[in-house]
Write a protein that binds this ligand. Structure first.
Ligand SMILES: Cc1cc2nc3c(=O)[nH]c(=O)nc-3n(C[C@H](O)[C@H](O)[C@H](O)COP(=O)(O)OP(=O)(O)OC[C@H]3O[C@@H](n4cnc5c(N)ncnc54)[C@H](O)[C@@H]3O)c2cc1C
Length: 449
């Protein structure tokens, strides 16, 4: 039996076991997996009572270089997927920058990256999916079959319409290295013009940027390369977001490029001698975003036991907002004027999606500007909790934009329905989860305003 056939048979075995062992029970379903979660919740939600263990659906199945697709199990991390695909000369169209994000999580949670200006979101690369419905039945959904309504509603559904057990995703040929070039601009207007021109030029494989509040707007454009003059080390010797400020050209292996923000969890591993030693000498298995997730949980536990160890009042500002390009300057200048990041950058990504998913109403074939912040920020004095989150949400929606829901959101159910197509969602929920075994999207992702 070939390796592909063996992996496919193994997947079928796991799926059959899951279906045959399915039992009804009280309480909402809650996914249990073997890797970390990349959902970021400011406050705890009610926990589900029926834990559904899908952790072993975590392997690539096959790659077909002719049809430019690969099959992967739904909880496979992008690190595993990228390693498998790169070894076979390919890479998924959009690879999120954190290694432990899974294909299922990024599809239902709107994954983005520096290839989004030419490839859309992670979910735009989905060709078909086996979905475990909350009723325990598994169906195969694609854009053209009888489950097309489910397929189109997977993006931004966060598991509330079912769990992806297998995904067929699009891939593209890859080269071993990436050459990254940096240009610095002094104003938001000139920066955004340059970013748009780069996205429209057809010359780049990657376009993204970092924006610092002291008025440095850094545009990064990149191309795959067959060979490079040298390879920069962003695991031990350099910190990627600092290297970007110091150099006009950076050369990385493709794998390091894809996960360039993973070792520092963007820009969150603190400075200082201890951390410098950690960067230099810690085993590679600790130099990744999973370490940071565990580290933050440990610090929180410590702060609860030792009140003196508590951080000064902070707000977790971990969010992505998108507006149509004509409003990019207004959103960016608003963010720079109103929010203090204490020297850390904003992340900027141009995105153009070829289709409009049912639950993420974004205009197709229109360039959007994505602004991301991945930081604990100091709370401004005298302001209510989550002040920064709320003013940026409000500004984004006022500009005809939308925000991702992987973090915390504050809105009424009426506002939520108007922004995320609540009417269509209710119909789909009634059809695919008639007994309400999974939470509703609103229950899962929104806190009371
Ligand atoms: C700090 C931070 C940084 C981020 N950075 C990036 C980034 O660089 N690029 C990017 O693209 N995205 C980024 N994200 C967003 C991320 O892609 C989403 O949060 C995504 O949903 C996380 O997927 P996960 O695999 O970690 O799943 P989890 O966090 O475990 O789950 C996310 C949600 O998806 C559901 N889910 C998980 N697996 C499945 C499945 N197989 N089928 C159906 N539902 C499922 C879960 O029930 C849950 O509701 C970031 C998020 C955070 C908090």
């Amino acid at each position: 039996m070939s390796a592909n056939a063996a992996a496919a048979a193994e997947y079928e075995r796991k799926k059959a076991r899951l279906e045959s062992e399915w039992t009804e029970g009280p309480g909402h379903l809650q996914l249990s997996k073997s890797t970390i979660s990349n959902l970021f919740r400011y406050q705890p939600r009610e926990t589900g009572t029926k834990r559904l263990s899908l952790g072993d659906f975590n392997q690539p199945i096959s790659l077909d270089a002719e049809s430019l697709t690969m099959d992967v199990e739904g909880l496979t991390t992008f690190e595993t997927i990228a390693d498998y695909a790169i070894a076979r000369g390919h890479v998924p169209l959009v690879v999120p920058e954190l290694k432990h994000i899974t294909v299922g999580g990024a599809t239902v949670g709107i994954g983005i990256e520096s290839t989004c200006f030419r490839n859309g979101f992670v979910h735009d690369g989905l060709v078909e999916a086996d979905v475990l419905l909350p009723t325990g039945r598994v169906v195969t959904a694609s854009a053209t079959n009888e489950y097309a309504d489910l397929f189109n509603a997977l993006p931004n559904s966060y598991g509330t319409l079912g769990y992806i057990l297998r995904a067929r995703i699009k891939i593209e040929p890859v080269q071993p290295y990436v050459h990254l070039h940096m240009e610095t601009y002094g104003t938001a207007a000139s920066y955004l013009d340059a970013m748009r021109a780069a996205a429209d030029s057809g010359e780049h494989h990657f376009v993204e940027g970092l924006v610092f509040e002291d008025g440095r707007f850094i545009l990064m454009t990149g191309r795959y390369a067959q060979s490079v003059p040298h390879v920069d080390d962003i695991l031990r010797r350099n910190i990627f977001y600092r290297l970007v400020q110091a150099r006009s050209d950076i050369y990385l292996t493709t794998r390091d490029y894809l996960f360039r923000y993973d070792p520092e969890w963007f820009w969150n591993i603190p400075d200082g001698l201890l951390y410098a030693l950690f960067r230099r000498y810690a085993p590679a298995r600790f130099r990744n975003s999973a370490f940071y997730t565990h580290y933050v949980a440990w610090k929180d536990r410590l702060a609860q036991k030792l009140p003196g160890a508590r951080e000064p009042d902070t707000e977790p500002l971990i969010q992505d907002w998108e507006v149509p390009w004509e409003h990019a300057e207004e959103l960016l200048e608003f963010a720079l004027r109103e929010v203090r990041l204490d020297g850390r950058p904003w992340a900027a990504v141009p995105i153009r999606t070829p289709r409009q998913p049912t639950l993420y109403p974004i205009r197709p074939n229109t360039l959007y500007f994505n602004l991301g912040c991945y930081l604990q920020v100091r709370k401004p004095e005298g302001k209510p909790p989550y002040y920064y989150t709320k003013i940026l949400d409000e500004k984004t929606f006022a500009l005809g934009g939308i925000k991702m829901l992987y973090s915390s959101s504050f809105m009424t159910e009426e506002e939520f329905d108007a922004r995320y197509n609540g009417e269509a969602y209710r119909e789909l929920k009634a059809k695919y989860d008639p007994q309400g075994r999974a939470k509703t999207l609103y229950q899962k992702v929104v806190l009371p305003p």
